[in-house]
Design a protein around this ligand. Structure first.
Ligand code: DOR
Ligand code: ZN
Ligand code: ZN
Length: 428
């Protein structure tokens, strides 16, 4: 097996250190480590983080291979510094059986660019009517522990209660896409001043907040774990903060785009900004940043949602919802959280690796950068500045809201169990 010496990297943003990788494992950390027969990577000025973990990725396979495949999605993940992603269940067919989650799991193994942990659907066909075979998906080779109808809300309180009860048996978690369906009928963007001025159907904050309030109460009642996907409003933050103060088992994620972009962008009518949940207001953005900094929001999750151009490059009302995010996530977090002084790099490692791995009960990821640990690592050049060019994406889709925008930082290397998947910013 090959040896690699990463020389002089700031581990978690701290003092420069050398990190020796032998085979799949970190074998030494410290200063002045002799290279011997190891390949040396000079990393002065760079930050070394544990490999990033995404709790919320749409890989689209099976069924929508025109927008992404497990292979192209895991390549995009590696470029973004991720060593593990959780694959959302809203595929065609839906990942609501052991057979489909095993298929995704197998495709992930074959890809080799990053680990793929399938998420199982909560209900059959994401229809919200009948519980899917949660136990069989958990017991399958895929070992599913996270269940979500993402894209749709589990709006029936009894179904949600049953799902929470069911997953408790094996320490699973239900990840809720919180969107009260009746309150968001015909909704096109955030409900507020901008939607009123544009005359577009509004998506009120209460549609998200009412479901979160219900679900944290249900999780407390059942004594189970609930995870809230892509928090987008200041009110949602308040409810999660309250639930955590009660000691309830509630976790939450925020997307990079909700940390940076606001509904003012919808004035352009460019559907690249159409996303679910919608871009909110500046006040919401600031509340989300603060909550991620103080730990009320546990982690960043990309909600990488690739769509082919024919589904996005059309009139606003007809366009699909979602944006790609894997390849820009860390840069957006650097800009919004690190460069603003809200979070240090150790905090980034926590929110983008340790905590998402812990929520998903994912083994071998989100570990400390120390001897004996699997060499899942990401090396970042924080001084890099460059405009986003979607033509260079590894993802099959191009629907980024950051085209032409200058973002800080770049992943130079990603290591998956000691094997470089990205070298000098390019897929290996
Ligand atoms: O914008 C979104 N796109 N939000 C979701 O919840 C689903 C996702 C998708 O699958 O495209
Ligand atoms: Zn969602
Ligand atoms: Zn999603």
């Amino acid at each position: 097996m090959s040896k690699i010496l990463i020389r002089g990297a700031k581990v978690l943003g701290g003092e420069p250190q050398d990190v020796l990788i032998d085979g799949e494992t970190i074998t030494r950390t410290g200063t002045g480590i002799e290279a011997g027969d190891a390949t040396v990577i000079e990393a002065a000025g760079q930050i070394l983080l544990p490999g990033l973990v995404d709790l919320h990725t749409h890989l689209r396979e099976p069924g929508r291979e025109d927008s992404e495949t497990v292979l192209t999605g895991t390549k995009a993940a590696a470029v973004g510094g991720f060593t593990a992603v959780h694959a959302m269940a809203n595929t065609f067919p839906v990942a609501d059986t052991a057979g489909v989650v095993e298929q995704v799991w197998r495709l992930g193994k074959e890809s080799g660019y990053c680990d793929v942990q399938p998420i199982g659907a909560v209900t059959v066909g994401l229809e919200g009517k009948q519980l899917a075979e949660l136990g069989a998906m958990h017991d399958s080779a895929a070992g599913v522990k996270v269940f979500s109808d993402d894209g749709k809300c589990v709006d029936d309180a009894v179904i949600m209660r049953r799902a929470l009860e069911y997953v408790k048996a094996f320490d699973g978690v239900v990840a809720q896409h919180a969107q009260e369906p009746r309150l968001t009928e015909g909704a096109q963007m955030n409900e507020g001043i901008v939607s009123a001025e544009l005359g577009l159907g509004g998506w009120p904050a209460v549609a998200e907040e009412s479901i979160i309030a219900r679900d944290v109460l249900l999780a407390a009642h059942v004594g189970s774990r609930v995870h809230i996907c892509h928090l987008s409003t200041a009110g949602s933050v308040e409810i999660v903060r309250w639930a955590k103060s009660k000691g309830w088992n509630v976790t939450a994620e925020v997307t990079p785009h909700h940390l940076l972009l606001t509904d003012e962008l919808v004035r352009t009518y460019n559907p690249v900004y159409k996303v679910n949940p919608p871009l909110r207001t500046e006040a919401d953005v600031m509340a989300l940043r603060e909550a991620l900094a103080d730990g009320t929001i546990d982690c960043v999750a990309t909600d990488h949602a690739p769509h082919p151009h024919e589904d996005k490059d059309c009139e606003w009302a007809a366009a699909a919802m979602g944006m790609v995010g894997l390849e820009t996530a860390l840069s957006v977090v650097q800009q919004t959280m690190v460069d603003t002084g809200l979070l240090d790099w150790a905090g980034v490692a926590d929110r983008m690796s340790a905590r998402p791995a812990a929520i998903g009960r994912l083994e071998g990821h989100g570990r400390p950068v120390s001897a004996g640990e699997p060499a899942n690592l990401t090396l970042v050049d924080p001084a890099y500045r460059g405009a986003v060019d979607p033509a260079g994406f590894a993802s099959r889709s191009r629907n980024t809201p950051y085209e032409g925008r200058e973002l800080p930082g770049r992943v130079t290397h990603t290591f998956l169990r000691g094997r470089a998947t990205v070298v000098d910013g390019k897929l290996a």
